[in-house]
Structures are given as C-alpha cells and as structure tokens.
Ligand binder design. Structure first.
Ligand code: PMP
Length: 425
C-alpha cells in the first residue's frame, strides 16, 4: 500500500504555492521531485565522505570508492542484473543510448546494415542512430504503430533482413503511455540473432523491471526520472556484449596501461566510465532506488494505475477531449497490460501513468499556460518525439504524468482546471 500522505512529507517541494494555489506537479515524465532521503544522502557525502574514487589509498577515497561500488550493487539488485560488471554509470538515458549506438556501430555494423526503432521513440533513441547513419551509412528502419499508439508487432517481424544488426525501442512511451511488449520484441529479435536495447526511461520509475527475465541485451534509464539526481543514469549490458564492444570515450579510469605506442583498457564496467564518475550522483541514485524499493515497485505500479484510471475516467467526459495512446473505454475498463512480477504474480497496470491530450481547438501552449496559473504543472509540446507527432498528425499535446506522490485530489484539480480553462475559450 502506498501511504501517499506520509510519502508527501518526504518531498518538501510539494508544499510550494504557485500563483496562490497549491502546486499540483504533473510533469513527472520530464523529471520527478526528490525526497529528503536522496538530497540528504548527497549532502552527507559532500560534507563527510567526499574524495575522488578509485585513485586514492587515503581513507576518504577508499570510503567514496566503496560507496560507489555499493551504489552499483543497489542498481544491479534493482533491475536484477546478473553482475555489477554489467552496470555502467552514464549521465542518463541519452548518454547510454549514444554509448551503445556509437560503440555498437563501430564494432558490429557496416554501411547498409540496419537498426530497427519504433515510431514512438524519444529523439534520444532516434538521433544517435541517425548520427551513425551519417557517419557509417547504416539504415534506420521504423516499426509502425496504430492510431492508438500500439506497436504493430507483425510489421516489426517483417522488418528483419540479414542486414538487421540491432533493435532499439522504448519500454514505455513518454507521450502515449503505451507499455510495449518488450519481452516479445526481444524474443523475436533473438530468433533472428539480433540484440535489443530497451530505453527504460519511462518504465524503471513506474514498474518492476527484471533485465534477465526480459533477456534484454542492453537496458538504460535516467536517475532523475526515478526520484534521483540529475546527471546520473545507467546502462545495463550483458557481459558478453560489453566485453565485445569498444570503449565509448577515452580518459582516466577506463584504461589498463597507457603508453604512446599502445593502450589497454580496464575491465568491465570501468572500460565505459572514462573520467571521474558522478559518484555523488550514484549515491543519490542508490538512495532513490532504496526509497522506491522500500515502498515496493509493485505497490507503486498499482497506485499509479489507480491514479491514471481515475484521471482517464473523468477526462474522457470533458467535451472536446481527445486522449492519445491506448485507451479502450475508461467508463467500464481500460486497456489492461498485465505486468508480471518477479515473484510471478501480476499487477494490473493499464498503461503508463502518462496521459497526453488536447481539448477542442485549444492550443496546447495556451491551455498549459492557463493551467499553470492554477498551480497545475503539465508539459506541453512535442515531448521530444516529433516523428510521433507527425504520425499522429498534430503539432503537440498537453501531457499529465503521475508519480507516487500524486493524489486523487490532484487529479480532481487537473480535471477542474481543464474544464475551467476550456470554458474560457
Ligand atoms: N527516452 C524516453 C522515453 C524519455 O522519456 C526520455 C526523457 N524525456 C529520454 C529517453 C531521455 O532521458 P534523459 O534526458 O534523462 O537522458
């Protein structure tokens, strides 16, 4: 059970007032707020155990190094990786995808080889591949989606050719809330001998993720979207792949020995962590993962599903409302995606806790600005998914995205706010 009132006490920013209204923060898909436990863990490290990691024999450096490696173990456990050697700290999802695109293309792809992405990807899972298309002449192929924003798995299967070398898709769409059938996507790719990268930016904060159960080859996420700090994220990679791929960046930490004639590289995961790592960020991320683990990812998924369902049921009734993404009939039931838990039980999670919408002809920017005047923070625009906007034939949407600290009363405030703004047009 999520005790939302007690959870809210951990997030001081939720007490903020905006234009005289209590803040209703519904922009969690962009970034989440941070609990005291995360901020205090980082402050404590700066105050008491700060030193550069890996290089020192002195006490503080040893402590800081131990903390970094302990954080790596916390991440490993959280996504159920087989080994800490498979956990690479990055700046975030974007850097993780760039790392894979760059190192994988360098090693495994030739001009004319193909990568498969989907029509609902964030720019960070499109542009890194396009950069490789320019540099190496690889080809980017796109899995089409239905008008409701569901991946066409049959069409996906048809995209495979002997030149397909990697598949890279989002677990959950940051615009549509679609939960993609990534286990099937991975199985189909593996049937063709092709590895898969999963962008978990919008899944890891909202549901239990088990990279081994999924059999993902690569999986990445950002700390700041899961109640952790900015500037830290994770790339999980199966050992066999990380061993095979060349380093992404050169510098300190990632080397074995260096001479002007020849340099050897460090063991995993350090081969991919050039320079001083964001070790304080890793401490904050570990504190965040412990925070959500203590509540329980299954409980969080169920609570957010309740919020989302409550919101959809009311929003669908607003005249002129158009909701994007998989939506069946929220009056009776909503799309049910069964999420299998690590213990084998299942939780009903209709879709991701993201609702993109438009009302009548009201421009998303106008409505977003007026909602802000009521203290309601939603995102407006193309959500870094312009190709998806083109597919849907729109310029942008409003997006409300929920987190574990949101309440049913905040959903009511959103619905009342939308109605009030709509009545002004
Ligand atoms: N992928 C998805 C699905 C996202 O929602 C985001 C962030 N909006 C990213 C990637 C990029 O994450 P970051 O900016 O933290 O690297």
């Amino acid at each position: 059970m999520v005790n939302v009132q007690s959870i809210r006490q951990d997030f001081p920013i939720l007490q903020t007032e905006v234009y005289g209204h209590p803040l209703v923060y519904l922009d969690n898909g962009a970034t989440t707020q941070k609990p005291r436990q995360v901020v205090e863990a980082m402050v404590n490290q700066y105050y008491h155990t700060n030193a550069n990691v890996h290089r020192g024999v002195h006490h503080l450096s040893v402590v800081a190094t131990d903390m970094l490696e302990q954080s790596r173990e916390t991440v490993r456990k959280f996504i159920h990786a087989a080994s800490v050697d498979e956990i690479v700290f990055t700046r975030g999802t974007t850097e993780a995808i760039n790392l894979v695109a760059s190192s994988f293309c360098q090693q495994e792809m030739q001009a004319g080889d193909e990568v498969i992405v989907s029509a609902m990807e964030h720019h960070s899972n499109i542009v890194p591949w396009q950069l490789q298309a320019e540099r190496k002449g690889i080809i980017v192929k796109v899995i089409p989606i239905t008008d409701e924003g569901i991946l066409l798995v049959d069409e996906y299967e048809k995209l495979f050719t002997p030149k397909t070398k990697i598949v890279s898709v989002a677990h959950v769409s940051n615009v549509l809330g679609t939960i993609n059938p990534v286990a099937d996507i991975i199985r189909i790719a593996h049937d063709h001998g092709v590895p898969v990268l999963i962008d978990g930016a919008q899944s890891v904060p909202h549901m239990p993720v088990d990279v081994q159960a999924l059999d993902a080859d690569f999986y990445c996420f950002s700390g700041h979207k899961v109640y952790g700090p900015t500037g830290i994220g994770v790339l999980y990679g199966k050992r066999e792949w990380l061993d095979r791929l060349p380093p992404y960046q050169g510098g300190g930490e990632m080397i074995g020995t260096v001479s002007f004639e020849h340099t050897t590289f460090n063991q995993l995961p350090y081969k991919f962590e050039a320079g001083t790592p964001n070790y304080v960020g890793a401490t904050g991320l570990a504190a965040a993962l412990e925070y959500v683990s203590n509540i329980g990812m299954q409980a969080i998924a169920a609570y957010e599903a309740e919020l989302t369902q409550y919101a959809l049921r009311q929003m669908i009734q607003i005249p002129g409302m158009k909701i994007f993404g998989p939506l069946v009939n929220p009056q009776s039931s909503i799309v049910n995606c069964q999420l299998s838990q690590q213990d084998g039980s299942e939780v009903q999670c209709s879709r991701g806790s993201v609702i993109s919408f438009l009302v009548g002809n009201i421009h998303h920017l106008d409505m977003g600005t007026l909602l802000d005047r009521l203290g309601i923070a939603v995102r407006t625009g193309h959500h870094c998914a312009e190709p998806l906007m083109h597919r849907l034939g729109i310029e942008g949407t409003l997006r409300a995205s929920f987190a574990l600290y949101n309440t049913l009363e905040e959903v009511d405030a959103l619905v009342a706010g939308i109605k009030r703004v709509a009545s002004m047009f």
